[in-house]
Design a protein around this ligand. Sequence first.
Ligand SMILES: *Cc1c(COP(=O)(O)O)cnc(C)c1O
Length: 720
Amino acid sequence: MMFAGEHDIERAVAELASRLPDALRPLARVAFDYRWSWAEDGPAMFESIDPERWARCGHNPRRLLTETPDSMLVRAADNAGFTGWVERIAAELAFHRARPWPAGPISPEHPVAFCSCEFGIHGSLPIYAGGLGILAGDFLKEASDLALPMVGVGLMYRSGYFHQRIDVTGYQHEYWVDADPERLPCVKVTGDDGRPVSICVPVNEEDVTVHIWRVDVGRVPLYLLDTDLPENSQVGRWITSRLYDSTRAIRLAQYAVLGVGGVRALQALGISPGVYHLNEGHSALGVFELFKQVQAQSALSSGESSTHEAWQKVREQVVFTTHTPVPAGNETYQRAEVLEMLGRIADLAADREQFLAMGRLDPHNAGQPMGLTALALRTSRHANAVSQRHGQVARAMWQPLFPGCSLEQVPISHITNGVHVPTWLHGPMRQLLDRYLGEAWLTRADESATWAPVLEIPAGELWAARCAARRQLVDMIAHRATSDRLRRGEPLDYAKAPSSGFDPDRLTIGFARRLATYKRLHLVSLLPERALALIGGPRPVQFVFAGKAHPNDMDAKEVVRQVFALKRAPSVAGRAAFLEDYDIPLAGQLVGGCDVWVNLPRPPFEASGTSGMKSCLGGGLQLSVLDGWWAEAYDGSNGWAINSDVNADPGGDPLVQDQRDSRALFDLLEHEVVPMFHERDAEGVPQRWVAMMRQSLITHGPRFSASRMVKDYISQVYTR
Ligand SMILES: *Cc1c(COP(=O)(O)O)cnc(C)c1O
């Protein structure tokens, strides 16, 4: 079974191979399948060809192999150690590609179509913004590992999400870099006539032409839709330019291309999904195209079909995951906005009024806006939230859609998110676990028994791995903070402070995430005297921050500025750093190295959160508000919790809540975290700390792995 675009990949591989020395030719195939990125030493193999160029290419192997001078390639080909490495990685990849499909409810003839507006696969493919995308990327990788028949559907953003620079005043600036797909490890899918497969999506007055790129994520082909074509108008070309474009109408056009275009693209590629998984509501407009397909089919077979029956058939094919209760993640559009951009898509439905009504909370209230989440909930046979607590929140939030249902009856279940272990576990902790957890333990990462041997790892070894990971992180922080500051035009002594100030043996606390205001980075700077006392006290701690605010989110940008206001205090320069341009590679380094990972969401807005799960894998300990995944993960012995209940405050005043939670944060740090870190035995090992690390690894490791998550989707959602 081959999915469309296979020949295009083969052609591109052959072309790349033709410029490589014979011994390196297998690398061309490796370069065109992101599976190398989660093979244990795949990244190291490419890096060893030319470390500087590897960094300059943004860890993009197609570029590396294209741009490395012949002399260096020849040198690598003459190195028997290296060519053996190449053969091993290439063989591993071929083995995974050739594994048979397991018998199961999902067949390769009718795969799962996983539709998402962002995918966080790898740093070199800039089509993600944050947690939603990373989850989608981890999902595809895990599906590949499990040999689950799946294809991904997304958009090829030509300039992706923005890059971040902070100026000396702490103000965030954004810039965009064009990602040239011709230099990414992807190919444009062509048809039998050798021309690009092409579909149309009606947006406003224009029939927007769409081409399709294919990127291989292990066994899962990810199809990315692209409107940046000369045959389209300038606006049409702009549709797939930026992820979460600032203009509402452009976003609506993106949702049309992703949804309607996604369904049409799969049809054009000869793929007939058994189930469409809408990962968030952005792709929900595709249900209207499915509706039209169903009607066309039943018109052929039976001659007539009621609208109701047709929608029932659509529903049978669609499942939906809601990822956030935050309004910005549940966009709604007014009637006029919708009809202007999507008027001709509305005609796919029985009539325009029905089209609009399906996205309203109350279909009969023509004054209500149309929302993508409501549309997805109404047109899917199964809907779920992404943590136990988020399930409760989502049922309450969407109860109006299901009149007559009690809260418990609202048909939204939950499957808690998980993270792809081979992607997020590396360095010293990976090596340690590989030694103790047994052969091929990663294929059993969702079983408690797999993690049990963690209890037998000597405390000294766990601690040594932790310290080695922290040392790597501290080197990175010193280097990056210095270059950030030099670029910002800071005074030289401030720019140089991180390399002497950050200490590899010091308690290192991290906070890195998208800077939406509900994530409450500002709790760190709300009580500046306590923050400064921790940093400059007798047992100092060091802080590392990172995160991007959406370009239009002025409140979030203001929070960054508030945190920056602390930077002039003595001792802060060398013990706290905000690292610019948070992305997958930076996240990987931070979650792997920090001792404590802090999360301070305003409940109940953190649907799940996944960076904490990644941090657990590296032996990091969680200090988090009891919201999202932490509300079900925390057991009193595997981290620290802040109980933040809005209703505890008179009138539920968020400012009172913030003050209280900020005090709780510093109380925990001062009275529990710092003393525990410094309580050492004769060998210098903090026994209680290590005991908590063990507890964290064995309780979280199996539960919050992507294999547990994807298996839950298979048994509870995809299978009926
Ligand atoms: C994991 C990850 C996220 C999601 O983190 P949260 O804990 O959900 O805030 C966001 N961005 C990047 C780059 C990540 O790797």
